[in-house]
Write a protein that binds this ligand. Sequence first.
Ligand SMILES: Nc1ncnc2c1ncn2[C@@H]1O[C@H](COP(=O)(O)OP(=O)(O)OP(=O)(O)O)[C@@H](O)[C@H]1O
Length: 221
Amino acid sequence: MTKHLIEINNLNFKYENNIILNNISFNITKNENIGILGRNGGGKSTLIKILLGFLKPASGSVKYNIDRKKIGYLPQIREFDATFPISVYDLVISGLTNRKNLFRRFDSQEKKAASDIMDEFGISELNDKLINEVSGGQLQRALIARALISNPELIILDEPESFLDKNFEAKLYNKLKTLKNSTVIIISHELDEIYKHIDSVLLVEKEAKFYKDKNTFMKGR
Ligand SMILES: Nc1ncnc2c1ncn2[C@@H]1O[C@H](COP(=O)(O)OP(=O)(O)OP(=O)(O)O)[C@@H](O)[C@H]1O
């Protein structure tokens, strides 16, 4: 039987009286790569924050068949507080902790995982730099490393292309392709770029629609 990592049914959400998500239903199937598309302000990031448990839906249900604390998450870079006094290394390795256990010690294997992914992402020289001392693209690389370091079963990337040069963007999508047993959700405005890397499309507009086959979505455009 197909395994659904998350099942979303009749989900509604509003900020105050402003209806943002209207009756959304779809499933996230293991090993499926989903692109979330839609106009600015349509509710894509809001939906993701509900899946992560940061926001509560007004009604409807979200059923988890995975531990939601173990989802790898790249927030939109503009929502991230880059003035927080933390080094690039600490930011990356913090992807191995959960919110209840922020200040624990890391063992040598975990430290190696942080060094390895920083090497791979070309940011190892920035180890001790504070995150407000690096460029937007360097910070974005570090945030992506943080999202991926724990080899999460589900990876959610909110506009990963922000600040990235084309070389690194290609490298990222290649890496995502090589990950075994992972399911990826990408919010993006670059349909042409992500199209090659996704199986299905969730269009988040007034009436959200899930296209299990991305080609059906393309045909309707
Ligand atoms: N904390 C908040 N309080 C009130 N309204 C909010 C809040 N966060 C977002 N909104 C509003 O909710 C709507 C959806 O925002 P959201 O960030 O989910 O859209 P999005 O589809 O991710 O947009 P974009 O493509 O521009 O990133 C927008 O109209 C936004 O102004």
